[in-house]
Structure formats: C-alpha cells, structure tokens
Design a protein around this ligand. Structure first.
Ligand SMILES: *[C@@H]1O[C@H](CO)[C@@H](O)[C@H](O)[C@H]1NC(C)=O
Ligand SMILES: *[C@@H]1O[C@H](CO)[C@@H](O)[C@H](O)[C@H]1NC(C)=O
Ligand SMILES: *[C@@H]1O[C@H](CO)[C@@H](O)[C@H](O)[C@H]1NC(C)=O
Ligand SMILES: *[C@@H]1O[C@H](CO)[C@@H](O)[C@H](O)[C@H]1NC(C)=O
Ligand SMILES: *[C@@H]1O[C@H](CO)[C@@H](O)[C@H](O)[C@H]1NC(C)=O
Ligand SMILES: *[C@@H]1O[C@H](CO)[C@@H](O)[C@H](O)[C@H]1NC(C)=O
Length: 410
C-alpha cells in the first residue's frame, strides 16, 4: 500500500510538473483533520425523543483544512452514510472510545454506531479535504462499532463492536468496493454489555494493530474496585487472518486508549482514572500485567497520541481539560514533561498529530466547546497553543455528539 501511495504521489507530481506552466497556482491545504458528529444526541434509554427526532441527515464527518503553518479552518461536513447513537452517558464522549474515525494511507474510516456499519472514504492526496466514500458502509458484524484499526502494511482493517454483540470483524480494504468482510476473521468476545454500551466502566475502548502488524489488540475497561481492565491480543497471519486464540493481559482499573511505543513490542495506554499504563510484550502476548502509574493533575485521561518529532506521548483529560506530555524511559517508566491546560469545562477528548513540513502539530477535540485546538510541537516540553478553532458557526449541529479525531498529512 505504501508502494501505491508513492506511485500515486509520483504521478500526481508529474502531472503537476507538466502542467505547471499553464495551471494557475492554487493553495491546496497541506493536511486535513477529521472528526465525526453523531445524529442521535442522547441514549434512547435517557431521552426517548432523541430516537424519534433522529436527524435524517445522519452522521457526518467534519473536515478541517490545515494550511502550511498548521492553521485549521472548517472545510465541510460529509455524510458517513449511517446514524449515531450515544452510549449511556449524558455528556461528551458518545462512544467511550478512541479511533471512532481513523486514517491510514489514503483512507479514512468512520463508525456508524446506530446503524452497525463502518464507512470508508478515499482521501485525495492533492487536496485532503476532498474525501469520497468508497462503496457503501459495510456491516460491522456486531453491535455498536466504536473503533477502527488498519494494518500497517496490508490492505486490511478491523472494527471493534462494543455493544451487546461485541467482538472484532476484519475486512479487506478494496480501492473500489470499500470494506469487504473476511468471514474467517470475525471473533466474538461474549462480554456482558448492552446496546448502547453502559459505562464508561466495563465498556470496550479501542482496537489497534501492533507496529509490525503481527498482533491485534483490544482494550476493555474494568469496573473498579472489583474488576480491573483487560488488553486482549490476537495473532494475525500474513494473509490477515486472525488466530483463533484470544489471549488476555491484566490491565489497571480502567485502561482506555492504546498507542504503540515505536520500536518496541510494547503499548502505552491511558488509565482513565488518571495516569497511564504500559504493557511490555517483549516476552509474549499472554498474561502480561500492566504497569500502572498515577500522574499528578490527572482525573479522566482517556485519549493519546505519539509525536515522532518530540518523541513524547500526549494524553487528554476529559475532566480537567488538561493535555499532558509524557516521556517514557528505556524501561518504559513514564514522566510528565509538561501540562497544557486547554479549559476545564471544554471536554478535551480525542487528539491527533498532523505532520506539516516536517513539523508536528497536536490537534485536540473539545467536544463541550464545539472546538478543536491546535498546538505546535516545537520540541519536547515545548508545545504552544496556536489556535482554538470554534466550529459553532460552521452550520452543522455540533456539541457533545462530536467524537474521534484523525489527521492526514500529504
Ligand atoms: C475529489 O476526489 C475525487 C475522487 O478522487 C475526484 O474524482 C474529484 O475530482 C475530486 N474533486 C475535486 C474538486 O478535486
Ligand atoms: C451507565 O451504565 C453504568 C454501568 O451500568 C452506570 O453505572 C451508569 O450510572 C449509567 N449511566 C447513566 C447516565 O445512566
Ligand atoms: C495461540 O496459541 C498458539 C498455540 O497454542 C500459541 O503458539 C500462540 O502463542 C498463541 N497466540 C498468542 C497470541 O498468544
Ligand atoms: C487493579 O490494578 C491496580 C494497579 O495495577 C492494582 O493495584 C489493583 O490491585 C488491581 N485490582 C484488581 C481487582 O485486580
Ligand atoms: C507529582 O508531583 C510531586 C510534587 O511536585 C513530585 O514530587 C512527583 O514526582 C510528581 N509525580 C509524577 C509521577 O510526576
Ligand atoms: C459544558 O459547557 C457548558 C458551557 O460552557 C458548561 O456550563 C458546562 O459545565 C460544561 N460541562 C462540563 C461537563 O464541563
């Protein structure tokens, strides 16, 4: 797939070069970021009118353009081809998950939890705000899809269903037909849950491939103090088929987002009761215990990303509105490098890294403020808030139904 991307980029470059003399210079965005808004506001359990007043337009992917300086602007909202549903909470974070939208190569994936489908879009590398749905949204083969993972090298994507029918389903990523289910790569977890999920305690959180693509991980939150969370691992063969055996690794109280630790067989997770967890899989993928570290000034740390540029992790806290920058030692010991308060009631949820001109920018969704903030990462411990983009005048209904954040860098 990297080969295809390079080929496409090269041919586009050739096109641009050959047309340079006659085509007027346009200012295409350097990058784009995407989040999703669900059509159904509250859980039907809490607000029955939400179902009746289900917006006919359905879920939408909100597309933001990023220019060469990392400045973000609202571009458009595009139908995700399905409807949403809010997990059983009244506030932000409608899926209790990370990666409700996910970008891999030139594709964007978005879940439709109320339709039990997953949509796939192609991203135009020349103008990443131009996204086009590929095929039709695929059935998630379970209930309440919340998170999508893409294989690092193979045309393969997997979705995590977090409802009453929970489990994993994998698909071939086809450039014309979209997501094609792989019958032999559907796995059920059989965890006691409802549709929509009850939580956040006890609900599923994320699906992720290991850096080498040989394992698939799923995080399940615990119900403290009685039960801790779990990180499941499944081997994936060269054809993209999942192993039958699902191994379990003991998490801390509420393991949430998962981020690969580059160059290591290891995972970095947020611990949603405040802090982080690490799993070292260098001696196997079964029976590994999380190392849990409480961090100062954290209450509900649920989302994370890693910057190649600074070498650090960034975690956002829905309760405090604080983004913490975390470094890991060689022994995977976490240290808070710096904290960036973005507003205590803004509900800082998903975050994502956009790389523009060799520099990283951290985008942070603030669902209770209908905003996305952009921090320029000028070095380790040296992030600067450069913009808070207020989307409330964008003409689309935003608010607590916003979830997910993913960036594409041309
Ligand atoms: C957007 O992308 C699609 C699919 O790649 C392409 O057919 C279309 O021409 C593009 N639209 C614009 C305005 O560039
Ligand atoms: C959602 O479900 C959880 C777990 O059963 C429960 O603790 C919580 O009170 C519920 N939340 C709401 C808003 O009903
Ligand atoms: C699955 O089982 C096989 C055979 O028992 C074992 O070799 C392999 O390590 C297991 N997979 C994982 C992910 O632990
Ligand atoms: C959950 O994890 C924490 C931190 O690792 C540990 O102290 C606690 O004993 C665990 N609780 C259970 C019920 O396993
Ligand atoms: C928390 O703050 C205390 C006091 O400032 C400091 O000694 C400690 O190292 C901090 N803990 C972490 C994990 O950063
Ligand atoms: C959400 O924002 C509103 C308006 O600023 C504020 O009154 C409310 O307390 C916020 N909610 C949370 C959970 O922070």
């Amino acid at each position: 797939m990297h080969g295809c991307k390079t080929l496409l980029a090269t041919s586009l470059l050739a096109l641009c070069a050959s047309g340079a003399a006659v085509v007027p210079k346009t200012t295409s965005p350097s990058a784009a970021a995407y989040c999703e808004i669900f059509s159904r506001g509250l859980s039907p359990l809490l607000n029955p009118t939400a179902v009746i007043n289900n917006e006919p337009s359905g879920n939408q992917v909100v597309v933001l353009a990023l220019d060469g300086t990392g400045k973000a602007s609202f571009s458009k909202a595009v139908s995700a081809g399905g409807v949403g549903l809010h997990a059983n909470s009244t506030g932000a974070d409608s899926t209790f998950s990370q990666a409700a939208v996910h970008v891999a190569n030139n594709n964007l994936f978005a879940v439709n939890p109320g339709s039990n489908t997953v949509a796939m879009f192609s991203i135009s590398p020349k103008d990443p705000t131009n996204i086009s749905m590929v095929g039709v949204p695929a059935p998630s083969l379970g209930e309440f899809p919340i998170s999508v993972a893409a294989h690092p090298t193979q045309p393969l994507a997997c979705v995590l269903n977090g409802g009453a029918q929970n489990g994993v389903a994998c698909y071939v990523v086809h450039p014309v037909y979209g997501l094609l289910p792989i019958a032999s790569s559907v796995r059920s977890f059989g965890v006691q849950e409802t549709t929509p999920p009850s939580g956040p305690a006890g609900s599923f959180a994320q699906i992720l491939f290991s850096e080498d693509g040989q394992h698939l991980f799923v995080s399940l939150k615990g119900m403290p103090p009685a039960v801790n969370g779990t990180v499941f691992a499944m081997a994936v063969n060269r054809q993209g088929v999942l192993a039958q055996n699902l191994t379990q690794n003991m998490g801390g109280p509420v393991p949430f987002s998962m981020t690969n630790i580059p160059g290591r067989q290891a995972l970095f997770l947020t611990e949603a009761t405040g802090g982080v967890e690490t799993f070292d899989f260098s001696h196997g993928f079964s029976g590994v215990n999380a190392v849990v570290t409480k961090l100062n000034n954290t209450v509900a740390t649920c989302w994370s990303s890693f910057s190649q540029h600074t070498g650090n992790f960034y975690i956002s806290d829905a309760a405090t509105g604080i983004v913490s920058e975390i470094s890991l030692s060689k022994t995977l010991k976490p240290t808070t490098v710096k904290q960036y308060p973005l507003g205590g009631t803004t509900a800082t949820l998903d975050n994502a890294i956009a790389t523009i001109g060799g520099k990283d920018f951290l985008m942070v969704l603030q669902a209770n403020a209908s905003s996305v903030s952009v921090l320029s990462l000028d070095g380790p411990g040296n992030a600067h808030l450069q913009q808070t983009l207020d989307l409330s005048n964008s003409g689309v209904t935003l608010g607590i139904n916003m979830i997910g954040l993913a960036a594409f860098s041309a």
